[in-house]
Design a protein around this ligand. Structure first.
Ligand SMILES: Nc1nc2c(c(=O)[nH]1)N[C@H]1C(S)=C(S)[C@@H](COP(=O)(O)OP(=O)(O)OC[C@H]3O[C@@H](n4cnc5c(=O)[nH]c(N)nc54)[C@H](O)[C@@H]3O)O[C@H]1N2
Ligand SMILES: Nc1nc2c(c(=O)[nH]1)N[C@H]1C(S)=C(S)[C@@H](COP(=O)(O)OP(=O)(O)OC[C@H]3O[C@@H](n4cnc5c(=O)[nH]c(N)nc54)[C@H](O)[C@@H]3O)O[C@H]1N2
Ligand SMILES: [Mo]
Length: 692
């Protein structure tokens, strides 16, 4: 029997594609992007085209396991579900009895962006227990804090309306890798004569397809935005009428901009003043101008300030008046009226508890002063042993004998290797879910296409069983997946738009607004209480932050003393055929990706006698990882890169995160992955120097 099932790509990516799976005799045989979906437009990306490889991979976990070897050794024994749930429940209850509930750390992230399998019963259970809360900062901490301060929730111009833009700035995003479907709309504008500019320290594929590329020094974006705004003010090109009507706190910034111009920005950013001046002139003369902001630029010390400055740059021109003008950071705020957060339902007791910043996991697990120490962790939808900063220390923490670790996973990841109990979870092909998006305006339903592989269970079912084993019978801990989907869209706005479980089961996806082809912020309309864009934010002063947008230098990037020992700034951006560490175990994806590589400027390589193809070590005081050297003709001197994130266990035990810092950016407790100084040595040299 053959049938086609509608679903959604679950990955942590702005595109949230609508897909269709062909099922024959109970087996998923083909997957394709939905042709009628305005954003997916029929194509899936190179990595998700092979999603079924991941579903049927021989390394898929199909039964619960308990550890029999040493921590981290990876020796497990198959057990049944009752025993696995029992072991975890006993560890959690024992921790509560001996150390209190805050000694439990639930640890989750966006392995799936589904509201049901990602952000519902697990959070409910641990919050209800009074466990430590998790600060979910690892990806967008600084951006979220900056956007919340400026517009309360992230909104902006419609991603599909980029086709109407005449000047497009792609700022700190490698769209062809990390938001591929956006490129269609940008390319359409480019074909129609729009000028497209990349602002990125790296010579990315995306930059290659742009008309200009400003290859600035990492972490200097705030200065560039300030310099450009200084030029706009000097040229009388700001839209004072729009600013008076739709913004708060412009006069304060305007006064500060008297000190900023293209020359000052160029000096800080390591750019030619003519390049900055030329971009300023284009912005001054081109309506509509659109800015697509990426997340790469906010993995630096001054990220929050930079994010605020760029948003404001996109607004002071009055571009929000025009269809295809303004700024697009991300679209999550568009779903607020249509959906309901599932984590904290009414009627369920949710005692207050401390919060641990997930990006500081290495510290949380090894800091002797932390009271109570973390004694039990349950991990789902994330692979921190591969993806958190300061990996050497994180692994030391995960190896602790007095830490009980349960991991819900599809496969034996770096993190699962450290587990006491591993619980096999269903993949998107096998469970129900519903997906908002951070890159477009469509809500997508995912229907299960096949039966679970082996004994796999959905995360939600695992948490229901865990609640039962802990003697917790509150109905909100036992909602079914369908009930959770229905709760998620139980809003007046959804009903008004005819968005229901039934309608989505029929159509697969639905648009959540009527904003396409309009200029939603022509007269404000931001989610702030007064509908205005908040340029100066007085309340930030209480957090020790500058209320007025400005430039905050990066930490390691701007540290000239540290640069003497570690001359290279290492950026570790998205890899085209992995999604963070997801797919990094699959032969097909690995083949497309190649081995771990550090890309260097030719002079930087020559100085170190490094030839392309040499085995090298990338190192700093935190740690080191092995990889192969490559030289890129357009690499900037002093700036290197190595893509995230290989499985550490497959690459000598450590990956790029052996070098990245546990250090919060200026806002949002954000990690600073790209604000990382290193040096690179050929492994031959390492071997010689370590010989006695
Ligand atoms: N194929 C693929 N797609 C992905 C992911 C993946 O791993 N693989 N990851 C997903 C996730 S979780 C996220 S958060 C997004 C991330 O996607 P992006 O927002 O694209 O973020 P990054 O890949 O970190 O960095 C993007 C670009 O920012 C540049 N950059 C680094 N530092 C600076 C800086 O100081 N200034 C400027 N202007 N640019 C800088 C980098 O060189 C890089 O080219 O992508 C998602 N999509
Ligand atoms: N050096 C460096 N490190 C980085 C970054 C960087 O730019 N540079 N980027 C950071 C960013 S932006 C992010 S978002 C983080 C992300 O880091 P992680 O959250 O660790 O993301 P993944 O590595 O994709 O791991 C997700 C895991 O969830 C599992 N999973 C997926 N769906 C399900 C499910 O339904 N049930 C269960 N139980 N498991 C599931 C997958 O199998 C996978 O192992 O990494 C960060 N790490
Ligand atoms: Mo992310």
């Amino acid at each position: 029997m053959k049938r086609t099932v509608n679903g959604a790509c679950p990955l942590d990516c702005p595109d949230t594609c609508a897909w269709q799976i062909e099922v024959e005799d109970g087996r998923a045989v083909r997957m394709r992007g939905r042709k009628d979906h305005p954003y997916t437009r029929g194509s899936l990306c190179g990595k998700v085209n092979r999603y079924l490889d991941a579903v049927y991979a021989p390394d898929r976990l199909t039964a619960p396991q308990r550890r029999v070897g040493e921590k981290g050794e990876g020796r497990f024994q198959q057990i049944d579900w009752d025993e696995a749930i029992g072991l975890t429940a006993t560890a959690l209850q024992g921790t509560i009895d001996r150390h209190g509930p805050e000694a439990i750390l639930p640890y989750y992230y966006a392995g799936t962006l589904g509201a049901v399998q990602g952000w519902s019963l697990g959070q409910r259970l641990f919050k209800h227990l009074g466990a430590t809360r998790l600060g979910t900062t690892i990806c967008t901490g600084a951006a979220t804090a900056a956007l919340n301060a400026t517009m309360r929730r992230p909104v902006g111009l419609d991603p599909e309306d980029f086709a109407h833009s005449r000047l497009i700035l792609i700022w700190g995003a490698n769209l062809l890798s990390s938001n591929m479907h956006q490129w269609h709309f940008i390319h359409a504008a480019q074909q129609a004569g729009a000028h497209v500019v990349a602002i990125d320290p790296l010579p990315t594929d995306t930059a290659h397809r742009c008309d200009d590329h400003l290859q600035l020094l990492p972490g200097t974006d705030g200065a560039l935005a300030m310099g450009l705004m200084g030029e706009l003010v000097a040229a009388g090109a700001t839209d004072e009428e729009w600013l008076a009507e739709c913004a708060e706190g412009w006069p304060e910034l305007r006064a500060r901009l008297a000190d900023w111009d293209a020359a000052r920005a160029a000096r800080i950013c390591g750019l030619d003043v003519l390049e900055v001046q030329a971009l300023a002139n284009r912005i001054i003369t081109t309506r509509p101008t659109a800015i697509r902001m990426g997340l790469g630029l906010q993995r630096h010390g001054g990220a929050g300030a930079a994010y605020r400055a760029i948003v404001v740059l996109g607004a002071v021109t009055g571009d929000f008046r025009h269809v295809g003008g303004g700024v697009l950071p991300e679209t999550a705020g568009r779903f607020d009226d249509v959906t309901i957060d599932l984590e904290e339902p009414a009627g369920l007791l949710l005692p207050a508890a401390r919060t641990i910043n997930m990006s500081r996991l290495a510290e949380a697990l090894t800091d002797p002063a932390l009271d109570p120490a973390v004694r039990a962790m349950v991990v789902w939808n994330t692979n921190p042993a591969a993806t958190v900063p300061d990996q050497v220390r994180a692994h030391r923490g995960l190896r602790r004998d007095d830490l009980h670790l349960t991991v819900l996973e599809h496969r034996l990841t770096d993190t699962a290797m450290f587990a006491d109990v591993v619980l096999p979870a269903t993949m998107q092909t096998e469970h129900l879910d519903i997906h908002p998006s951070y890159g477009h305006h469509y809500l997508t339903l995912n229907l299960p296409a096949i039966e679970p592989i082996g004994e796999c269970l959905p995360n939600t079912e695992i948490f229901r069983r865990l609640a039962t084993a802990l003697g917790l019978d509150h109905p909100r801990l036992h909602d079914t997946d369908e009930e959770l989907v229905r709760q998620f869209i139980d809003t007046a706005e959804a009903r008004e738009r005819g968005i229901t479980f039934e309608s989505l089961s029929e159509t697969g996806y639905a648009r959540v607004d009527d904003l396409r082809g309009t200029a939603p912020h022509a007269h404000g309309g931001f989610p702030t209480p007064d509908g205005k864009l908040h340029i100066t934010v007085p309340s930030l002063a209480a957090e020790g932050l500058d209320p007025i947008p400005g430039y905050t230098p990066s930490f390691e990037g701007g540290d000239h003393e540290l640069a003497k020992r570690f001359p290279l700034i290492l950026i570790s951006p998205a890899q085209r055929f992995f999604l963070n560490s997801t797919f990094a175990d699959l032969p097909g994806h690995l083949k497309m990706t190649g081995e771990p590589t550090v890309f260097l400027n030719a002079e930087d390589a020559a100085e170190r006698s490094i030839e392309p193809g040499d085995a090298v070590e990338v190192a700093n005081d935190r740690g080191a990882f092995p990889c192969v050297a490559a030289i890129h003709p357009l690499a900037r001197r002093g700036v290197a890169w190595s893509y995230k994130v290989y499985w550490a266990k497959d690459t000598g035990g450590l990956n790029v995160n052996a070098t990245t810092p546990v250090r919060d950016a200026d806002m949002g407790g954000s990690p600073t992955f790209h604000d990382n100084r290193v040096d690179v040595r050929s492994l031959e040299a390492v071997a010689t120097s370590e010989r006695p």
